[in-house]
Design a binder for this molecule. Structure first.
Ligand code: IPE
Ligand code: IPE
Ligand code: MG
Length: 248
């Protein structure tokens, strides 16, 4: 069994958990229901998970809700996903705010319907001073898009003499990503049995523990999150170094 202590905090509760919430469509199809029912059930799982993460003391929870590649889905499905986001913010923002949750949105703000953009901004502004937990919603998010936007931003600062070429290093890049004020995820969970990142947090995932679970997202709940935390504690995080006991 792995020895851990309070000081050994890489084995404690992860500070930041990110989730690729996958399998809504298959959940519905298995029940002979339209995919939209799967997305609705997915929102219920999302709410349960936000609550459970708070109870487990997870400081940052990032949820992959809509990828920059999800635009390739049928228009009707995209409209349903946007409608669910609108409903979630309208109905649940007050509860999140009352629970002292800070909402942050990552992803491109280009191409979003203006009312959705306004709701996202409203959620960020209302909750910006909350500090019990940060809920990061990755919406219209793709890691390659984020990296491209970051490169553009840094290049424009070089052109304007705000940064020199020599100053560009991994820290400067991190400081210009959408996640500049959010620690890297300690653990990334993906449901539905798929084992890939699908363009999620590729820069930030350098040393994240990847946990793949077979259940479909609408089935995911507190017990599954708890199992993932156990799995995380059984991992050995060395960040390129050596396991403590073997270093001499
Ligand atoms: C995840 O479930 C939700 C989004 C990508 C928005 P899917 O819709 O990808 O469900 P499957 O993978 O088709 O089952
Ligand atoms: C990843 O799931 C995106 C979200 C969960 C929002 P997808 O279902 O879109 O990913 P692929 O197509 O299986 O890689
Ligand atoms: Mg999927």
């Amino acid at each position: 069994m792995k020895q851990s202590s309070k000081a050994d905090d890489v084995y404690a509760t992860p500070r930041h958990v990110a989730i690729i919430m996958d399998g809504n469509g298959r959940w519905a199809q298995r029940r002979m229901l339209p995919r939209s029912h799967g997305h609705k059930a997915g929102v219920d799982a999302l709410k349960k998970t936000v609550r459970a993460a708070r109870e487990f003391g997870i400081e940052y929870l990032t949820l992959f809700s809509f990828s920059s590649e999800n635009w390739s889905r049928p228009e009707g499905e995209i409209n349903e996903l946007f409608a669910l986001l609108r409903l979630f913010i309208r109905r649940d923002l007050a509860e999140l705010h009352n629970n002292n949750v800070c909402v942050r949105i990552i992803g491109s703000r280009e191409g979003l319907p203006s009312d959705v953009l306004n709701l996202l901004v409203e959620a960020e502004i209302l909750t910006q001073n909350n500090n019990a937990q940060t809920l990061v919603i990755a919406f219209n998010y793709g890691a390659r898009d984020e990296i491209a936007r970051t490169v553009k931003l840094i290049a424009s600062k070089v052109v304007n003499d705000e940064i020199t070429l020599d100053e560009i290093d991994p820290q400067i890049i991190s400081d210009h990503m959408d996640t500049h004020d959010i620690p890297d995820p300690d653990m990334i969970i993906r449901t539905s049995g798929e084992k890939r990142l699908s363009n999620f947090l590729m820069w930030q995932a350098a040393y994240s523990e990847l946990v793949f679970v077979d259940c479909l997202w609408p089935e995911f709940g507190k017990t599954d999150l708890s199992d993932c935390l156990v799995e995380y504690r059984n991992r050995s995080r060395t960040f390129g170094g050596l396991v403590k006991d073997t270093a001499s």
